[in-house]
Structures are given as C-alpha cells and as structure tokens.
Design a protein around this ligand. Structure first.
Ligand code: PMT
Length: 223
C-alpha cells in the first residue's frame, strides 16, 4: 500500500446512517455504524489524498488528516456532499434513508387517550445523493456506490450501477451474519462499468478499505 498513491486527489466519502425525524424525540434510521466509510476515509488519507468525510450520526473518532462534516438527515447529507465538490472520487458508503416522514411534528406525538388504535405515518422519498452527484455538472471524476442487498445481490448491484450512472459499484451481501451493517468485517464484490466482477473475501473493514483504495487509485489513474 503506497503512501503517495492518491497525492493531489480530493476524495469525498459519505458514511453512516441518516436519521429522519418523526417528532422532537423520534426518528427513522438503520443499523449502519459508519465503520466501513470511516475505514475508507482513513485508508484514503494514508494514501495521501485530501479527504472530506460526510458522516451521519455515528460513534467513531475522526481518522487523522480527514476533514469531517457531521450531518443528521439525508437532505443535510446531500447539501454537505454538494458543498464539498469538486472531487476526483466520490465513495457513497452511507446507508441513506430512502424515505422520511412528510413532516416533523413540532411537539412530541401523543397516543389518543382511551384508544388502542394504531397510527399511520406518511413517508415521502428522500433525494438520492449518489444519483444526484453522478449526474451533476460538477460530477466527481469517478463515482462509486455500495449496494446493500439481501437477495440477488449481484443482479440488483448491476442494476444500481447502470441506473445511477456509476463507474463502479461495491456489492455488499447484508443477509450474511458477521459482515455488512455494524460488524467489524466485510466481504464485497466490485462490479466495473463493463460488468467484470472481482470478489474480495471476508476481512476486517480496515484491511478491505486499504485494498479498495488501492484498486480505486489504479482505476483513477487509468480513467
Ligand atoms: O456502516 P457500517 O456498519 O460499516 O456498514 C457498512 C454498510 C453495510 C452500510 C455499507 O457497506 C453499505 O453497503 N452501504 C450502502 C448502504 C445502502 O443504503 O445501500 P443501497 O443499496 O440502499 O443504496 C445504493 C447506493 O445509493 C449506496 O451507495 C447509497 O449510499 C446510495 N443512496 C441510496 C439512497 C439514497 N437516498 N441516496 C443515496 O445516495
């Protein structure tokens, strides 16, 4: 792993979950810990890049020489990613909530007294951060997505690669225990634009991140 590999490059990475407020004390979110994205930011900084890490709410220390921007919601994450452009490489490792409540109640929601009725939340679509950056006038030179899937992992990943106009997608089978959301290890399959795929077997997220960063550096140089 060569230290000057990404010298002079600006790498933008997002990581962690987003939180979509229901009322002042409740939200919709997911199990992303941010570990994968933080490991990528650390490896990119070690490789000599200038790194901007846009982080959802996570409990992780900021890697050395990484510029961190903390956000909560998907809309805030989109705004922070747009504000960080231009970038040579964008890696979207965040687990962005696809939907948010149509409005955040001003006061804590109360149960209806004397009633056992359920309640219905109306959700609206969040912006797609990756698709927005990949079709932007200041599109990062190389756009990389993750595809977290529980079935037909490679099929859905190929579909996202094409639909979101990406240069590469990292397919992540999140149905397997011990890898994916919130674990210390991961195992992924890279799918390039020409649909060639490369499997990287289970390893710590740190080790995998270094491997991914050196593979991405090679692709950036060829690009
Ligand atoms: O954070 P960890 O605990 O370490 O776990 C890592 C991880 C499993 C979260 C990570 O490896 C991973 O797979 N991240 C992507 C999670 C995800 O939401 O995937 P998706 O298949 O729903 O989305 C596809 C791509 O579009 C992703 O790059 C995602 O960041 C992006 N996206 C999705 C929805 C949206 N509204 N905006 C987006 O940018």
């Amino acid at each position: 792993f060569e230290r000057g590999l990404l010298a002079g490059r600006h790498i933008l990475i997002n990581a962690g979950p987003t939180r979509e407020a229901i009322d002042p004390v409740r939200y919709i979110s997911n199990h992303s810990s941010g570990k994968m994205g933080f490991a990528l930011a650390e490896a990119a900084a070690e490789a000599g890049a200038r790194v901007t890490l846009v982080a959802g709410p996570v409990n992780l220390p900021t890697p050395a020489r990484v510029q961190r921007v903390d956000v909560v919601s998907a809309q805030q994450m989109l705004d922070a990613c747009l504000a960080a452009l231009p970038a040579d490489l964008f890696i979207a490792s965040a687990a962005v909530a696809d939907y948010r409540p149509d409005a955040c109640a001003e006061q804590k929601l109360k149960k209806t007294p004397g009633s056992d009725d359920g309640m219905t939340l109306t959700l609206v679509r969040n912006p797609d951060i990756l698709a927005t950056l990949a079709s932007h006038s200041e599109r990062p030179g190389f756009c990389v997505g993750f595809a977290a899937e529980t079935q037909d992992v490679l099929g859905y990943a190929r579909d996202k690669l094409q639909r979101k106009n990406l240069d590469l997608i990292i397919a992540n089978d999140v149905s397997q225990s011990g890898i994916g959301f919130n674990s210390d290890d991961n195992a992924v399959t890279l799918i390039d634009r020409d649909l060639t795929s490369t499997h990287l077997p289970q390893a710590s997220k740190q080790k995998l991140a270094r491997d991914l960063i050196s593979r991405l550096a090679t692709r950036l140089d060829r690009h």
